[in-house]
Ligand binder design. Sequence first.
Ligand code: NCD
Length: 343
Amino acid sequence: MSPHLLSIDPLTRDHVDHLLRVAARMEPIAQRRQVTRVLEGAVLGNLFFEASTRTRVSFNAAFCRLGGSVCDTTGFTFSSMAKGESLYDTSRVMSGYCDAIVMRHPEQGSVAEFAAATHVPVINGGDGPGEHPSQALLDLYTIDKEFARLGKKLAGAHILLTGDLKYGRTVHSLIKLLSLYDPMRITLVSPPGLEMPGHVIDRVVSRGHRVEQRDSLACDFSDLDVVYTTRIQKERFTEEMSESFAGVSQDFSVGREFLNARCNNSTIVMHPLPRDSRPGANDLNVDLNGDPRLAIFRQTDNGIPMRMAIFATLLQVEALIEKDLRPVRWFVPERVGVDDAAR
Ligand code: NCD
């Protein structure tokens, strides 16, 4: 595997299967039953030049749970980029301080440009509308775990990706990742103008998958295994686009009614989050809270073992994990969320 994780493109199915297996071995640590210090002494640089809660904090927490320490910077205002520093200079400087770097940046290709100037492993935490490979890996890990629980298989599954498929970077990475596996049926539903880029669809089709594109959710999804919904990425719109898409998202909102009327009892609902829960936002509906089909918080929890697996693999310590375990000594609740099933 390359020293960096910038895109799904260079990954093979073997790489991905290896990451899924390492993530599963991280579960006792991620679930706070065991402690490891395998990255003791290592320092992560977490550079976030765009809004983030879970990606930034979960990369941070994953590194800490492996025994490392984290230095971070958020936003351009408080970084030297506000003084005109180049990605090349920032990359070289950070490489002298850190053993791994996670970067999120509003421009597509920027994280790859940053990574080209260093031998220290760099992880793309989201480059504008480009890719978000660690999110896709944790999404696949979630689908894998949910399917194991439900006795389902990925081969032949029916997966619906909906919302902003043009600017949503998580779905770009996820569909590429799914395409490495045995043929499945993938339905894409987005508002006109926000469709998945054609070159991405072509690649998935060329690998033998059946891809259907629609502009409405008003269809029969009774054989659906996963609905993966995304937020309309308004921050990437020009002013003109904001006007033409005003109110459009309401027809693409997934909630209890859609799930009960059009899907089935084992259709799982995923979303990379954040969902916009403000009244009238028309994102994934909060009326599904507490419904066992809503997998969004199991999905966010899965970010920790998968990001630990990514660090352990890039920093080449995955073989040492079990050698270093000891039990946790602090109080850990049986369930972390009020609607959670017991672990
Ligand atoms: C997403 C992102 O930033 O691409 N969030 C995330 O990292 N989980 C999705 C979004 O912002 O809509």
